[in-house]
Ligand binder design. Structure first.
Ligand SMILES: [Zn+2]
Length: 118
């Protein structure tokens, strides 16, 4: 083999090595995406299982301490969420200005748009 052929063969080997590496990287990324998809499915199934268990055992007095602690935690969080949501509803309450139709918080005495007494 002459010098030119040798160089060409070396260049091809180098190219093949890079191409192989690139394919490896791509297939690792694909595998990671696949792994993330499966992990996400597992989490969803765990959550569904947990909800099912909660619904069936929310008032079960014979459960072990660890279950009771988690169930009570969920009950507390649900109460907290309800309270937060009702505060949001409270904040959202508006009255419509009789003059210009602008929405004002129901605690406002005057319209923020036109100054009409509400
Ligand atoms: Zn107004």
């Amino acid at each position: 083999m002459g010098l030119f052929e040798e160089t060409a063969v070396k260049a091809k080997d180098a190219f093949d090595a890079v191409a192989k590496k690139t394919n490896e990287v791509i297939s690792i990324q694909k595998l990671k995406i696949n792994a993330a998809r499966v992990e996400s499915q597992i989490s969803k199934d765990y959550e569904a299982l947990g909800r099912m268990f909660f619904d069936e055992n929310a008032d079960n007095e014979e459960l072990g301490e660890a279950y009771k602690t988690l169930i009570d935690g969920i009950k507390d969080s649900k109460e907290e969420l309800e309270s937060i949501n009702s505060q949001i509803d409270e904040q959202k309450k508006t009255i419509k200005c009789p003059n210009c139709g602008a929405k004002n918080p129901d605690v406002s005495k005057y319209c923020s748009e036109c100054g009409e007494k509400l």
